[in-house]
Design a protein around this ligand. Structure first.
Ligand code: NCD
Length: 305
């Protein structure tokens, strides 16, 4: 039985196979409408979500399967003091597959250790968010036609932003990836990624707080929200939240064929006026999230994809 907890547990080939399966779904969505018939997905969200939970549910329904679950821990027995392990063991009796989000780093790994069905990490605290990375990779591949030889600008909260952490892990498999990390000093890429991934794979890496200078150099600009819920005090959040805002003036500094991604939700960091720019790919990215999750569900349930 296989789980999907951390992108670094999966090889470049394995990830590519999921992206290829997602492309087959895109080409012929009707062909998969009964692929997971009779199967049940549980979505256990101990932390807020719109896209991730609904895209998992939409993915399973589009495969002909069913879904159950909860969208806040207050409505689960966690509120009565039940341990995560007991909740997972229970849900595994009702479902064939579990997708879970939890505020604690390592929660999905713990769940995988006790579950008798496959577990998918839909975000564990500030640590990782591997299915967002599948979404990001499929979007880059579809928009840019490649996953190598790219300068990728990461902008915003690179410290607490779990999507950034998983994306950097995945990009390290590819050649010719240059990372330009645009963030305030306090929200820089964590040391474990710098030494354990970026330096280890000899990825060219530049850290800056000069957004304007960086924009002309990137093929992909990955914007992120400052992760308010992971801050220790509100003052720091307020001081840092609007530090980097992408607006139409800044878009003029970017190449014609560059793209802008954002895992969403957006707060202030991208002006809504940018949405009309064809390079703004973040709502197309949302759509890709459903297809990669359909592909992942089929893989973990060992269904023909
Ligand atoms: C992200 C997350 O939950 O980490 N959202 C998402 O799943 N698309 C990004 C965020 O919350 O800022």
């Amino acid at each position: 039985m296989e789980h999907f907890i951390d992108i670094k547990d999966h090889s470049k080939d394995e990830i590519q196979q999921i992206l290829d399966a997602a492309m087959r779904v895109i080409e012929n969505p009707r062909g998969y409408s009964e692929a997971a018939k009779g199967k049940i997905l549980a979505t256990l969200f101990f932390e807020p979500s719109t896209r991730t939970r609904l895209s998992f549910e939409s993915a399973m329904l589009s495969l002909g399967g069913s879904v159950l679950g909860f969208s806040e821990s207050a409505s689960s027995s966690a509120a009565k003091g039940e341990s995560l392990a007991d909740t997972i063991k229970t849900v595994a009796c009702y479902a064939d597959l579990i997708a879970m989000r939890h505020p604690k780093e390592g929660a999905a790994l713990l769940a995988a250790g006790v579950a008798e069905v496959p577990v998918i990490n839909a975000g564990d605290g500030g640590h990782a968010h591997p299915t967002q990375t599948l979404t990001d990779l499929l979007t880059i591949q579809r928009e840019k036609g490649r996953l190598d030889n790219l300068t990728v600008g990461l902008c915003g909260d690179l410290k607490f932003g779990r999507t950034v952490h998983s994306l950097v892990e995945a990009l390290s498999h590819h050649s010719g990836i240059r990372i330009v990390a645009i963030s305030p000093q306090e929200l820089r890429v964590p040391e474990y990624l710098k030494s354990g991934v970026i330096a280890k794979h000899h990825m060219p890496f530049l850290e800056t707080d000069q957004m304007e200078d960086a924009l002309a150099t990137v093929d992909v600009l990955y914007m992120t929200r400052v992760q308010r819920e992971r801050f220790f005090n509100e003052e720091d959040y307020v001081r840092l939240k609007d530090r980097f805002i992408l607006d139409t003036a800044k878009m003029r500094l970017m190449e014609e064929d560059a793209i802008v991604l954002h895992p969403l939700p957006r707060v202030n960091e991208i002006s809504v006026k940018v949405d009309a720019d064809p390079r703004a790919a973040y709502f197309r990215q949302v759509k890709n999230g459903k297809y990669v999750r359909m592909a992942l569900i089929m893989k973990l349930l060992e269904l023909a994809g």
